[in-house]
Design a protein around this ligand. Sequence first.
Ligand SMILES: [Zn+2]
Ligand SMILES: [Zn+2]
Length: 179
Amino acid sequence: MKNCPVCSEDFVQIEYEGEAVLRCPKCRGSFLPGYRLEIIRHRQLRKTDELKAEAQSEFSHDTKDKIRCPRCHGKMEKRPIDGRYPSLTLDHCRNCDWIWLDGGELPLAQLLFETSARNAVQRDMQKRAAELEASPERKAEFEKNLAALPDDLPGASGDARQTLVADALDLAFGIILRS
Ligand SMILES: [Zn+2]
Ligand SMILES: [Zn+2]
């Protein structure tokens, strides 16, 4: 059995969001292949509140010392968990492509990924809105498309109407961006 690179405790294998992860029962750190971290980051099985609670209860410190890979015993490299916070790091073994995350850093990595994905959507919407403002013709066309939507759809539930409105907005933006 491999040992924790921080406190030498034996790892236990746990299932985290459907993926096998080696966990240190003492410091709560996680050791896993890089591709599995990507899968976990993209998977949003739990609510933001649950991730926050887990990150807060399990986070104790961010290891600053160079540590050795529990698989090949080579030196691991420090890498930012998220480009926006360069001082918060994970440890990566280039040889094995496995990653060490201190306690609480796995849910934190998920939260950071979620917020950056949400920011990207927001930036995209702002860009589209700015494009509309910049072109009176495009704006007029967009508003015409929007006005063409029926106010009330007989038999359509709220959700179905939401979907219809969303589809119409997508269509309108599609037309605007192509023209
Ligand atoms: Zn440990
Ligand atoms: Zn290694």
